[in-house]
Design a binder for this molecule. Structure first.
Ligand code: AMP
Ligand code: MN
Ligand code: MN
Length: 318
């Protein structure tokens, strides 16, 4: 593995460290935060380190089996080093963005094209399959134990769609192989994170697919999940993860658009594309961000207006 300056060099002088990721955390974000937390604990047991996430989606609870790693609040102690992982902007840190701004030193580890480098130290590599892949290259192999490896592997698997997205490289697979040698249960991680779903999630997915619409001569597929639907199937925000990917695999489709009602006239929009539409450009136009093939943003208005506005932006690239 080609090691850049190791993470421990950045961490060694800080006493109180916070590691955090973006709001509505996904597998890469959870994996990054837990991997860095465990690594600091292992190498510097005397330091105070807090792993902050807005919440830990149930699918990833195997990475924090005792419920002892992830905190959903921070105390008021002065922070020597704030590490933001897999997070493209301060806004995306949510409420701890304010803590980031006040921290004595800050570090950003990310792989989003839309990340302009808002930390004092910015380790940003694009295109790269996941932030976890980058994190692996910042750790010496001998410092990675089985638990750290499981967390990194989880982020790599989830953000690369099970190693099938185009940013997956030989290096990605070499790192994955190294992590496998740490004794992780890679088959379990793949099955749990990529294929398993609760019955309620299955029902909501079914409903979302049933109600989807093809537009632009079949090049674009759209569906909406309303709050009412979330209530009927007793689903949380995290239970909608993956619906957009199921839309994207529809043959003939270039762009998948998934809208989730978040509040009164407020929708979270997820975009995915297959080969030529740069959805990060579309998302950035609406003040969101992401990657060429996966991006998102929040938008206000009626479904009708929102869809029209998005279609207009997608059309510019068609
Ligand atoms: P999602 O559709 O939420 O799975 O997000 C796809 C990609 O876009 C992820 O890499 C997110 O980090 C990014 N993304 C989603 N929503 C936003 C947003 N509001 N602002 C910036 N980036 C976002
Ligand atoms: Mn993420
Ligand atoms: Mn990521």
């Amino acid at each position: 593995m080609n090691i850049m300056t190791e993470l421990k060099e950045y961490v060694k002088d800080a006493q109180n460290i916070v590691v955090a990721g973006h709001v509505a955390p996904d597998g890469d974000c959870v994996g990054s935060v837990i991997a860095i937390y465990r690594y600091i604990r292992k190498l510097f047991p005397e330091k105070k380190v807090t792993a902050y996430l807005e919440n830990l989606p149930a699918v990833y609870d195997f990475l924090d089996p005792d419920n002892s790693i992830i905190s959903n609040e921070l105390d008021n102690d002065e922070v020597d080093l704030f590490i933001a992982a897999d997070t493209s902007s301060i806004d995306r840190l949510g409420i701890v963005g304010e803590v980031f701004k006040k921290a004595k030193s800050t570090m950003v580890i990310d792989h989003h094209v839309s990340n302009h480098g808002y930390g004092q130290v910015n380790i940003i590599e694009t295109p790269l399959s996941s932030a976890c892949e980058l994190i692996a290259t910042l750790m010496a192999e001998e410092d990675i134990d089985k638990d750290i490896a499981s967390a990194i592997y989880t982020g790599m698997v989830t953000d690369s769609g099970g190693f099938r997205f185009s940013a997956t490289s030989r290096k990605t697979m070499n790192i994955a192989g190294m992590l496998m040698e740490k004794g992780i249960d890679h088959a379990f991680i793949m099955d749990r994170c990529m294929y398993s779903r609760t019955y309620n999630q299955a029902q909501l997915l079914g409903r979302a697919l049933l109600e989807s619409m093809l537009v632009m001569d079949g090049k674009c597929i759209i569906t909406t999940v309303t709050k009412k639907m979330m209530d009927i199937y007793e689903c949380l925000e995290e239970d909608t993860e993956g619906i957009v990917d199921q839309l994207r695999v529809t043959r003939g489709v270039e762009v998948a658009v998934f809208l989730r009602e978040r509040g009164e006239q407020e929708y979270k929009v997820s975009l995915r594309s297959n080969s030529y539409i740069d959805v990060s450009r579309v998302a950035e136009y609406f003040d969101g961000g992401g990657h060429i093939r996966a991006a998102g943003f929040t938008m206000r208005g009626s479904i009708h207006d929102i869809v029209n506005n998005i279609m207009e932006q997608i059309n510019l690239q068609m």
